[in-house]
Ligand binder design. Structure first.
Ligand code: NAD
Ligand code: MLT
Length: 315
């Protein structure tokens, strides 16, 4: 079934390839990233467009969807948690994403976080820039022989596991949709969560933010982990409970956290970001030229294919 797609509004920073492909295919495009933070202006602009393309800054809530005449919403990225999919479905609006386009970039940032935490790279760098030469303060530990627990064995989780094995880490994991046999085939030993926590030196989460994964790692989980366990969240803010993470960092139960994502972005409360054992980045998982080029091309082509009744791809 073909779809009406005369005009598309883009309200987040998306690679220009997206605009080129849409325009080459006869679609009018309005690119205005300022609308991501100006809801009133977004609501005023939206009704004349059939399609909307966003990344994470635009919050496509039920009232936004209901005030629109959209037939399709696209996320130039993976997670669609900033789009109210229930409201979209109720209104007959298609929601699609570009799963896979930024997998390698997100996996590589996660691996960089693990390496950075193991050798205090962030804090040592800040200290040198402040003119100090604090060699004794930054004793690290090797990754070889340590255990990495990967929670969520989808696209990114698997890529992280395979890369960190090349550092000599043991990889264990959990995913309700991946059997022990399947994970063994890509060299991750599967455990139920309760058995996973005490084994891990590092825990990295690669799950969507959905009700069962909200605050999945919390104070009770930290109490079951080895003292000094390190955690990495390059998935979504809120999968690790931020308040209980701070408590665990302050008590030393958590020895370090690599955080690319936050419940509030940018985070108003700077307690985690400023903590000496936190390595923080401003949601950079997909911020590589390669990933941005891929997701921009993919979402534009998927829109055109949907318009032409060729295929519907994505979430
Ligand atoms: P994916 O769908 O390939 O994998 C997610 C996996 O999580 C699935 O295998 C699913 O079965 C599993 N899962 C669901 N509920 C679970 C639970 N309760 N416990 C354990 N596992 C569970 O997704 P992906 O492409 O690997 O992306 C993972 C996450 O990373 C998404 O939230 C995505 O938005 C986020 N992401 C962030 C960035 C960034 O810029 N930081 C970039 C890309 C993706
Ligand atoms: C995603 O889910 O793909 C990420 O949050 C990447 C992004 O769009 O910045």
């Amino acid at each position: 079934m073909a779809l009406k797609l005369n005009s598309v509004l883009i309200t987040d920073d998306v690679d220009p390839k997206c605009i080129d492909i849409l325009k080459r295919n006869g679609v009018e495009v309005v690119f205005n990233p300022k609308l991501a933070k100006d809801k009133e202006a977004l609501l005023a602009e939206l009704p004349r467009h059939d399609g909307l393309i966003v990344r994470s800054a635009t919050k496509v809530t039920a009232d936004v969807i209901n005030a629109s005449n959209l037939s399709i919403i696209g996320r130039a990225g993976t997670g669609t948690d900033n789009i109210d999919s229930v409201a979209a479905t109720n209104k007959g609006v298609i929601v699609m994403n570009t799963p896979g386009g930024n997998t390698i970039s997100a996996a590589e940032l996660t691996c960089a976080m693990i390496c950075g935490l193991s050798r205090n790279i962030g804090t040592a760098c800040i200290s040198m820039k402040e003119g100090r030469w604090d060699r004794k303060l930054f004793m690290g530990s090797e990754l070889q022989g340590k255990t990495l627990a990967v929670v969520g064995l989808g696209r990114i989780g698997r890529e992280v596991a395979s890369r960190m094995r090349s550092f000599g880490m043991k990889t264990i994991g959990y995913d309700p949709l991946v059997s022990a046999e399947e994970s063994a085939a890509f060299d991750v030993t599967s455990y139920p969560l309760e058995e996973l926590w005490p084994l891990a030196d590092y825990i990295t989460v690669h799950v969507p933010l959905i009700p069962p994964t909200k605050n999945l790692i919390n104070g009770s989980v930290f109490s079951k982990c080895k003292k000094g366990v390190k955690v990495i969240n390059c998935a979504r803010g809120g999968i690790i409970d931020e308040v209980e993470l701070l408590e665990a960092l302050n008590s030393g139960q958590c020895g370090g956290a690599g955080l690319d994502v936050f419940v509030q972005e940018p985070p108003k409360d700077q307690s985690l970001v400023q903590h000496p054992n936190v390595l923080a980045t401003p949601h950079l998982g997909a911020s590589t030229t390669e990933a941005q080029s891929r997701v921009a091309e993919e979402i534009a082509q998927q829109f055109i294919d949907a318009r032409d009744g060729k295929s519907l791809f994505g979430a």
